[in-house]
Design a protein around this ligand. Structure first.
Ligand code: NAD
Ligand code: GLY
Length: 371
C-alpha cells in the first residue's frame, strides 16, 4: 500500500502543514490524523464529488464531530464570490462557529473555494484539503493559495491561507474521467520543467502506458515534494514561487478569454508552449532542452487531443495584464533555461520582462501549430 508523508514548515511560525498520501486514506481517516476535533466539521464539495465521496468522508468525520456537507455545482464557473456568499450563509445557518473544521473535498475548484471560505469565515477557521483530482493532488491542494475568479479575470480575489493538512487518497482517481487527467499531467510536466529533470523523464515514460494514470500515480508524491519545497521557501511569492507559474501568464489569459471553456490544465499546457517559445526567442532556453520540452508537451497535446482555440489575441493580451506578476505596466514571466532550471536575472529575480510584441508573436506561433 502506497504511503508517503511530509511536513511543510513556513517561516511564519507556527504555521505548518502535513501532507499525507495513502491508498484508502479516506476510508481510514481518524482523529489522530485530524488532531483537535473542533466543535463541528463541514465538508465543502461539488455536486459530483459529493455523490462519489461526500457520504464516505461524512461518515468518517461523524465519528469525530457533528458534520454537514455543503455542495455547489461542479466546474470553474462556480468559483465566484456568489458561491462563497451562499456557502458562508449556509454555514452560519448550520451553526458553524470559530472552532468548526472545514474540509475542502474535490478538485482545484473545491480546494480554492473551500480554502477561501475557511480564510474569511469568522476571520479564519481551521481547514484540510482533501484533493480528488490529479491536478489538485499534485498542485492546488498544497501551498495555501485560495480564491475565486472575478468578472474581470481569473483568481483575482483571494488569500494565502494554509491548510492544517492535505489528505491525498490516490484511489479516488479510479473514478476520475480520463478527460480530466490532462489537467493534472500539465501541472506535473510544469513541475518537472521548473525543478526536476527526473520527474520530466518519468512523465515522458508514463505516456507510453496504455492506462496513463497507472504510470502517473507513483509520481504524485514527487510533484507534491517539489511544490512543498518551493512554497516552504517562499510562501508569499516574493520571488522563487513565481516559477510555479510557468505557463500560467499565457495560460490564465487563454482560460479567462475562453470564458473557462478551455480547462485550466489545457490552458497551462498551451501556455507552456508559448512561454517556452518566448524563452527560446530571448536566448534563455538552451536549444536541446527547448526541443525536449516541446516534444514532451506535443506528446501530451496529441495524447489528449488538445486543440488550440481560435484566439482573439488582443483580448488574450488584455487578460494577461491582469497577471499578478505584472509590474509597472510590464508583463513578467518566469522562464526556463534548462529542463529543471529556471532563469535567474541579474537582479536575482526569477521573472523577466516580456514585450507585448513577443507575447503576441507567441500566440501566433501557437495558431500556426493549430491542428
Ligand atoms: P475541478 O475542481 O473543476 O474538477 C474537475 C472535475 O472533476 C469536476 O467536474 C469534478 O466534479 C470532477 N471530479 C473531481 N474529483 C473526481 C473524482 N475523483 N472522480 C470523478 N470526478 C471527479 O478542476 P481541477 O482541474 O481539479 O482544478 C482546476 C482549478 O484549480 C482551477 O480553478 C485552477 O485555477 C485551480 N488551481 C489552483 C492552484 C492553487 O495553487 N491554488 C493551482 C493550480 C490550479
Ligand atoms: N499554482 C501556483 C502556486 O501555487 O504558486
Amino acid at each position: 500500500m502506497a504511503r508517503d508523508a511530509l511536513e511543510i514548515r513556513f517561516a511564519r511560525a507556527p504555521v505548518q502543514c502535513s501532507v499525507v498520501l495513502r491508498d484508502g486514506l479516506l476510508e481510514q481517516l481518524s482523529r489522530a490524523e485530524i488532531g483537535n476535533a473542533g466543535t463541528s466539521c463541514v465538508i465543502i464539495t461539488d455536486d459530483l464529488v459529493a455523490r462519489l465521496y461526500g457520504k464516505q468522508l461524512k461518515e468518517k468525520l461523524c465519528g469525530i464531530a457533528r458534520t454537514n456537507v455543503i455542495t455547489f455545482p461542479h466546474g470553474e464557473r462556480s468559483k465566484t464570490l456568489n458561491t462563497v456568499a451562499r456557502i458562508t450563509a449556509k454555514m452560519s445557518k448550520l451553526g458553524c462557529d470559530r472552532k468548526t473544521i472545514l474540509f475542502a473535498l474535490g478538485g482545484g475548484v473545491a480546494g480554492d473555494l473551500g480554502g477561501f471560505v475557511a480564510s474569511i469565515f469568522k476571520r479564519g477557521i481551521q481547514y484540510f484539503q482533501v484533493p480528488t483530482t490529479l491536478l489538485a493532488m499534485v498542485d492546488s491542494s498544497i501551498g495555501g493559495k485560495t480564491g475565486v475568479d472575478a468578472v474581470w479575470g481569473k483568481n483575482q480575489l483571494g488569500s494565502y491561507y494554509q491548510p492544517d493538512g492535505v489528505f491525498i487518497d490516490p484511489s479516488t482517481l479510479d473514478t476520475l474521467p480520463s478527460s480530466e487527467i490532462i489537467n493534472g499531467i500539465a501541472e506535473m510536466a510544469k513541475s518537472g520543467i521548473i525543478a526536476d529533470p527526473q520527474l520530466f523523464a518519468k512523465i515522458d515514460s508514463a505516456l507510453n502506458n496504455k492506462a496513463i494514470i497507472d504510470g502517473l500515480k507513483p509520481l504524485i508524491f514527487n510533484a507534491c515534494k517539489i511544490k512543498a519545497e518551493v512554497v516552504e521557501k517562499d510562501e508569499r511569492e516574493a520571488n522563487l514561487r513565481s516559477t510555479l507559474n510557468y505557463g500560467h501568464t499565457v495560460g490564465h489569459a487563454l482560460e479567462s478569454s475562453s470564458g473557462y471553456r478551455l480547462s485550466h490544465g489545457k490552458s497551462v499546457l498551451l501556455g507552456m508552449f508559448c512561454e517556452g517559445w518566448i524563452s527560446s526567442k530571448l536566448g534563455l532556453f538552451e536549444a536541446k532542452d527547448y526541443e525536449r520540452h516541446s516534444l514532451l508537451l506535443s506528446r501530451i497535446r496529441d495524447r489528449f487531443n488538445v486543440r488550440t482555440p481560435l484566439l482573439d489575441q488582443k483580448k488574450v493580451l488584455r487578460f494577461a495584464f491582469l497577471d499578478k506578476k505584472t509590474s509597472e505596466g510590464s508583463l513578467r514571466m518566469s522562464l526556463p533555461e534548462k529542463i529543471g532550471k529556471m532563469h535567474i536575472a541579474k537582479d536575482g529575480m526569477y521573472t523577466a520582462p516580456v514585450s507585448r510584441e513577443l507575447f503576441l508573436e507567441s500566440l501566433s506561433q501557437l495558431r500556426q501549430e493549430r491542428n
